[in-house]
Design a protein around this ligand. Structure first.
Ligand SMILES: Nc1ncnc2c1ncn2[C@@H]1O[C@H](COP(=O)(O)OP(=O)(O)OP(=O)(O)O)[C@@H](O)[C@H]1O
Ligand SMILES: [Mg+2]
Length: 362
């Protein structure tokens, strides 16, 4: 079914709410869908093979970026479903890169990029990659060459990302080697931002308790339910952040959310740069296992204070599962002034207005 009609039906039956920003992106996707549906992909010709070029350029793909929960994935999936007659593949960017590395190891040898592109382009002339995000130097070094080889084979790319193009692999090692890829994406894709005011996932969370205590089974269930609601049920995967040339492991991440235990964040030797990197990479941080601090846990206390200060300044949303309410977490008389500030900030970070800085339709 035509994409715009399908979207209209979802509006009519109430599954989706009207959203002007989505409508604008939908129109771009719809134009591409129509173009693809009326022009089947080109068969590789002898000339094309000789020169590794298609005779006619394929339509331009799209790079859709925007904040979390705006509907990028939803729109891309509707688009993907609406395209007929093109071998197509829809995959999470992370999984795609894992496949690529595995395939590269399997095929090996010279000219491996071209051979991979040959295989890939047979099974997918339309490639929909969800959540493009480059955090790994191994990915950064290969993606540009692979993209070039896929373009030459007439593959159309549609991708979503939380980052504008310039934000890709920002502060990554050897970023200058990555810049030509950004330039190529800009030349070969239409870049559209989905700057809707509504975070649709957040709508399911507002006005719910986000600093859960004590750590009862019931509160653990509520904590996990918040993760599910904010990530659309994602399992989450480990990610790695580069901080000052070191690697910082994020045990579980999805859709702009990251989950840690208190011990992982404040029991390890993390510093301001680490907390800052986390706050830049994730909108929401889930912390379980927050226990009352003992007076000998001076380092943990200091890190906790520093972490909350950093998250507060960055506007990070916090979901916590704690043994006790914020005001009972610090031992009496320790870091008295700072801990009071932390408690007050923790309270503000629980407020609906903190979570609802973005207007949410109900
Ligand atoms: N117009 C809408 N009305 C109601 N619900 C919507 C609307 N748009 C999206 N949603 C729902 O909101 C949730 C978030 O949408 P989606 O996953 O597409 O966001 P996203 O922009 O891809 O976010 P992320 O950057 O975290 O991947 C989904 O459950 C989706 O079905
Ligand atoms: Mg998404």
């Amino acid at each position: 079914m035509a994409l715009t009609r399908y979207y209209r039906e979802k509006l009519k039956d109430g599954t989706l709410k009207p959203d002007a920003a989505q409508q604008a992106v939908l129109e771009r996707l719809s134009a591409l869908s129509v173009a693809l549906n009326t022009t089947p992909p080109q068969k590789p010709s002898l000339l094309g093979k000789l020169f590794r070029k298609s005779a006619l350029p394929a339509p331009k793909g799209l790079y859709i970026h925007g904040e979390v929960g705006r509907g990028k994935t939803m729109l891309m999936d509707l688009f993907h479903d609406s395209v007929q007659g093109w071998p197509k593949r829809r995959i999470h960017f992370h999984a795609f890169m894992q496949d690529i590395h595995a395939q590269r190891a399997r095929l090996g040898g010279e000219d491996v990029i071209n051979r991979m592109a040959d295989e890939l382009s047979l099974s997918a002339k339309l490639l929909c990659l969800d959540e493009m995000q480059i955090v790994d130097i191994a990915d950064a070094m290969i993606i540009g060459r692979l993209y070039e080889a896929l373009l030459a084979r007439g593959v159309v790319l549609v991708t979503t990302s939380n980052l504008p193009l310039e934000g890709l692999y920002k502060d990554g090692l050897n970023r200058q080697l990555f810049l030509p890829f950004i330039a190529r994406l800009r030349d070969t894709l239409d870049v559209v931002s989905l700057d809707s005011v509504t975070d649709y996932r957040l709508g399911r969370v507002r006005a719910r308790e986000t600093f859960l205590h004590p750590a009862t089974a019931e509160n653990r269930v509520a904590f996990n339910a918040l993760w599910k609601d904010l990530t659309d049920n994602a399992q989450g995967e480990a990610e790695t952040l580069e901080v000052l040339g070191r690697k910082l492991t994020v045990p579980k991440a999805a859709h702009g959310c990251a989950a840690f235990t208190f011990a992982e964040l404040c029991g390890e030797a993390l510093g301001p740069a680490d907390y800052l990197a986390i706050s830049k990479a994730y909108r929401t941080v889930f912390i379980s296992g927050v226990a009352k601090l003992k007076s000998h846990q001076r380092n943990e206390s200091k890190r906790f204070i520093l972490m909350i200060d950093t998250f507060y300044d960055a506007g990070t949303r916090l979901v916590a599962l704690a043994e006790a309410p914020a005001e009972e977490l610090f031992p009496k008389n320790q870091h008295a002034f700072e801990s009071q500030r932390t408690v007050s900030r923790l309270k503000e970070m629980q407020s609906a207005s903190w979570w609802g800085a973005i207007p949410v339709e109900t």
